[in-house]
Ligand binder design. Sequence first.
Ligand code: NDP
Ligand code: GDP
Length: 330
Amino acid sequence: MAKRALITGLTGQDGAYLAHFLLGKGYEVFGLVRRSSHRGIDDHRLRWIGIEDRVQVIDGDLADLSSLMRAVETVQPDEFYNLAAQSFVTSSWRQPILTANATAIGVVNALEALRTIRPAARFYQASSSEMYGLIQEPCQSEKTPFYPRSPYAVAKLYGHWITVNYRESFGLHASSGILFNHESPLRGTEFVTRKVTSAVAAIKCGLAEKLSLGNIDARRDWGHARDYVRAMWLMLQQTEADDYVIATGRTTTVREMCRIAFEHVGLDMDRHLVIDPALYRPAEVDVLLGDSSKARKMLDWAPLITLEEMIAEMVEADIARLEAPQLEKA
Ligand code: NDP
Ligand code: GDP
């Protein structure tokens, strides 16, 4: 019988790629999707990768334990991937309590639903390199102490530790993937890579002139979401649950990433880039660089897509969206 996976955050970047990956492995895929007056817009990523008719949607919200319990009861999942969150750092200063409710309390809601109804299921928690924040070691591994720098990161830290605690307290097969930034053509346009690639596409097509950014000296360890969802699945295939850093081991400034995007279409970044101090954050994570040697050894995982290849794919997808309005906007 096909394995059954329940994904929260199905309509997000990672949810779409993970669903695609699991369908390819023969899973039956179910997704918790919150009710919206814009149904049709909220599954644009699933449509972009052509799987909107192959996944089964269940109404629910991470903040509503009863809906999670109903979803687990209905699906009886073998694997539960908790990807839903208020995931944008900047919004977390404007909506700190909503962020805590979804990104922190949502995790314990999911764990409680699983513990009471389907304790044998395997659980994945989407933890984040943002938890390292003000970094305590130049290269961050599973052993590096955390120092969160935003309401988002504080909420993620709760999600991480409650996952570890449920594993240790109740014996759940619950793993936490500490994923460094990962991007794709399906990344939200508010995140810096996609903000850059969509602006570069618009400038290239003659539809815009300028791109405004904040702190371009910040450094991130950027990978591709397609590579990273494979790591999520690998974690749940291990006999023992554990925590893993997933990263490329290369850190790049926002400035350099931006230059790669402009150069891909033969444009000079300096003619179009504007620095807007209003886009600086109240507290910044200056640099992230992941040490994923544990995942490479234990999961036999390695990223396959380079930053240059990913940025090129994103710019091309954004140009295609502008040139073919019939394509779903993502
Ligand atoms: P997205 O922002 O693209 O997707 C977030 C998803 O969560 C959406 O499907 C959204 O639904 C859903 N969601 C938000 N709030 C709720 C709620 N209260 N109830 C149910 N669903 C909700 O994020 P990504 O796909 O990029 O990331 C996936 C996970 O991984 C997130 O938890 C993120 O914090 C974490 N992460 C991401 C990294 C990255 O670089 N991408 C790095 C490290 C961790 P809707 O469509 O309705 O808004
Ligand atoms: P994050 O690492 O999860 O916060 O991912 P983002 O893509 O939102 O931001 C990555 C880095 O880019 C952060 O250090 C931001 O301060 C920096 N950055 C600079 N300008 C911008 C901008 O205009 N938008 C966003 N989102 N980030 C920016």
